[in-house]
Design a protein around this ligand. Structure first.
Ligand code: NDP
Length: 311
């Protein structure tokens, strides 16, 4: 076969679910690739990669044109000194769709105080008019593939949405802040604060005691980004004092979250086990196949990681 050799370097269960869709997507893209889990390193043209797989040393892959990450987050691979070839991250419509659903559901839960109805005692007929989304300020930290889609969906429900990013942005219906100077304003209005930032040296510990103190009294924090965006002790202190009324956490510094971790036991914390969204085999296979097609045609790769910025 004359097409490129594509090495699938991720856990065996990923191979099982991705192999069929990826073979179909490569064929559809017109790429006659040889897809396998055991190509000799010096024969590999592309690596389909997930950080928790077997591959850590990229140096034997002397002719590899790109490493194509199966996941959106690249913090576990971006600093790998043996990774000298381009790295692309995953921007998958299925992954985005799942994240929009997770974020919208958890924002609506807190906005409407749905917990009060779920835990309502028999006979408790206390009618409280639900608030309107237009009167609720939500801030999404991170306006990338996932954050901007969530911000748009929330704005579509009439929430008063702001977002924060590194570079300036203009998004219809969304108040956009950027940079260090924009963060204080983004936080000050965040009755519900959704963290959808990548983990980089610049975003690690971003939500520390000072920044959490800038949130409005009783704010809700939702973190489907990365655990290390938030200083845990600072969040727990803010929760204990009621300054933050609830935290919905999907990601943690240590995963699985250890059984004794206070987040499991805190009455104002909801833990979800890193399920906010995942790359969906069918749709992410198309993204990978398109990048391999581009590589073979000499076109620029999609979704390249800025190694300096770390995302
Ligand atoms: P993107 O790279 O598309 O977007 C990142 C956003 O964060 C951009 O808007 C970027 O700004 C902003 N940003 C980065 N650094 C800074 C900074 N220092 N200051 C301000 N803004 C910053 O990423 P995605 O939207 O695809 O994914 C975001 C994260 O979501 C992933 O990195 C991953 O950690 C997490 N994730 C979690 C999942 C889960 O199941 N819990 C599933 C998938 C992803 P700019 O636009 O200016 O570049």
């Amino acid at each position: 076969m004359n097409g490129p050799n594509v090495l699938f370097a991720a856990r065996p269960d990923r191979w099982d679910e991705t192999r069929g869709p990826l073979e179909a997507a490569l064929a559809e893209a017109g790429v006659a690739a040889d897809l396998a889990t055991d190509h000799a390193p010096d024969t590999v043209d592309y690596i389909v990669y997930a950080p928790n797989g077997p591959l850590q040393d990229f140096s034997p892959f002397t002719r590899c044109k790109a490493v194509l990450n199966l996941w959106a987050g690249v913090e576990d691979v971006v600093d790998n000194p043996t990774l000298t070839m381009p790295l692309a991250r995953m921007v998958d419509p299925g992954l985005t769709e799942g994240m929009v659903e997770y974020v919208t559901a958890h924002v609506l839960r807190h906005h409407l105080n749905i917990d009060a109805d779920i835990t309502r005692k028999p006979g408790d007929w206390t009618p409280v008019t639900p608030p309107l989304a237009r009167d609720r300020k939500v801030t999404v930290l991170g306006l990338g593939a996932l954050g901007s889609a969530c911000a748009r969906a929330l704005a579509g429900l009439n929430f008063d949405v702001a977002g924060w990013s590194r570079s300036p942005k203009t998004l219809p219906g969304i108040t956009c802040f950027h940079g260090d100077e924009g963060l204080a304003d983004a936080l000050a209005r965040a009755e519900i604060c959704v963290a959808l930032l990548p983990l980089t040296p610049a975003t690690e510990d971003l939500l520390d005691a000072d920044r959490l103190a800038r949130l409005p009294e009783g704010a809700v924090v939702i973190n489907p980004g990365r655990g290390a965006l938030i200083v845990e002790d600072a969040l727990l202190a803010a929760l204990d004092e009621g300054r933050v009324s609830h935290a919905t956490m999907d990601v943690f510094r240590t995963e699985p979250l250890p059984q004794k971790h206070p987040f499991w036991h805190h009455p104002s914390v909801t833990v979800t086990p890193h399920i906010a969204s995942v790359s969906r085999p069918e749709s992410c296979a198309k993204v990978i196949a398109e990048n391999i097609r581009r590589g073979e045609a000499g076109e620029p790769f999609l979704h390249l990681v800025d190694r300096q910025a770390g995302y």
